[in-house]
Write a protein that binds this ligand. Structure first.
Ligand SMILES: Nc1ncnc2c1ncn2[C@@H]1O[C@H](COP(=O)(O)OP(=O)(O)OP(=O)(O)O)[C@@H](O)[C@H]1O
Ligand SMILES: [Mg+2]
Length: 306
């Protein structure tokens, strides 16, 4: 079997709102943490000792009836009541998968627009890429430099790019409660390097375990289309003959479709197979149905009466 590179997502890099902007909160946080550290360093030794002593005594002395009484004997000063911080609702992670030209990038844009219209903070991103580090890896992978090394090397390169993408873009966005929609993700590695590239499934699973960990997609939309139609769409889009991936041959693309369909069958709780042969509006509607059925959309904001 010839070596293969997982095909690129041709979504804009990054989709709006930008993957860079999704990465910002993390950068902000680390800058904040850095300044707190610097402040702690600059603190005079006595103040530092006092802080640690207070912390120590608080830790060592749990509140008893006696200490409660002592506190009550002091002038009654009401502790400033702070409103409890609202817990951040967890974000949702949606991935779009499928063969060449199936409409992943088209539907990502449409889904983002619908989520945003529903008042959801939604971030679009893609693989390979989606973060500064992973975009560098994208160029390395897609230049074909790794092709002679075979699917195993490619799988590890994709995993390295994915690790950066998750750390810099996906996890920070999910942590702030955003919904992340990603054009291709770990399933593409499973299919291209695993099912079609014959990389040992144990290695594919181990790479996923280490890089993706618990950040598994909540929902994976698999766009299903006969290989010929996908290739025709892709060729029409680019206005040229088949590119490196498209020229892999029809048998390859047919096998790819079957591998994605098998994946949808094997994980029905996560995956939804979408018939992508209809026009874009109808596919968008089917995707919206799946998203609204599988994931809890926030209630629409009520307008206040004046
Ligand atoms: N439902 C549809 N019907 C007809 N044409 C479509 C449909 N969806 C997308 N297209 C067109 O097909 C081409 C491929 O779509 P798109 O780029 O979204 O596919 P893709 O899955 O992202 O492809 P790739 O795997 O190459 O990244 C584009 O020119 C797009 O406008
Ligand atoms: Mg694309």
């Amino acid at each position: 079997m010839p070596s293969r590179t997982q095909p690129p997502s041709n979504a804009p890099a990054p989709a709006s709102p930008t993957a860079e902007s999704a990465a910002k909160p993390a950068a902000k946080r680390s800058a904040k943490a850095g300044s707190a550290k610097a402040k702690a360093k600059a603190e005079p030794a006595s103040a530092k000792a006092a802080t640690s002593a207070t912390a120590k005594s608080a830790k060592a002395a749990p509140m008893t009836a006696k200490t409660a009484g002592t506190a009550a004997a002091k002038p009654a000063t009401k502790p400033a009541s702070r409103p409890a911080a609202k817990p951040v609702p967890p974000g949702r992670f949606i991935t779009l998968e499928g063969g060449e030209g199936a409409g992943k990038s088209t539907q990502l844009r449409r889904l983002l627009a619908r989520l945003q219209a529903a008042g959801i903070d939604a971030v679009g991103t893609r693989e390979p890429g989606g973060s500064t580090g992973a975009e560098i890896m994208r160029h390395l992978i897609l230049s074909g430099a790794a092709k002679p090394l075979g699917p195993l090397a490619e799988a590890t390169l994709f995993a390295a790019a994915r690790a950066d993408h998750l750390d810099a873009t996906i996890r920070p966005a999910l942590a702030r409660g955003a919904w992340v929609v990603c054009d291709r993700f770990a399933d593409s590695t499973r299919v291209y390097q695993g099912a079609l590239g014959n990389v040992d499934p144990r290695l594919i699973a181990a790479l996923e375990e280490v890089t993706v960990g618990e950040t598994r997609p909540d929902l994976t939309l698999i766009l299903d289309l006969p290989a010929e139609e996908g290739l025709a769409r892709a060729a029409a889009r680019s206005g040229r003959d088949a590119d490196r991936f498209e020229s892999e041959g029809l048998a390859f693309h047919r096998a790819l479709r079957e591998a994605f369909r098998a994946l949808a069958t094997s994980e029905p709780e996560r995956c939804v197979l979408i018939d992508a042969s209809f026009e874009a509006e109808a596919v968008e509607e089917a995707i919206w149905q799946a998203v609204s059925t599988r994931l809890k959309l926030p209630a629409p904001r009520r307008r206040r009466r004046s």
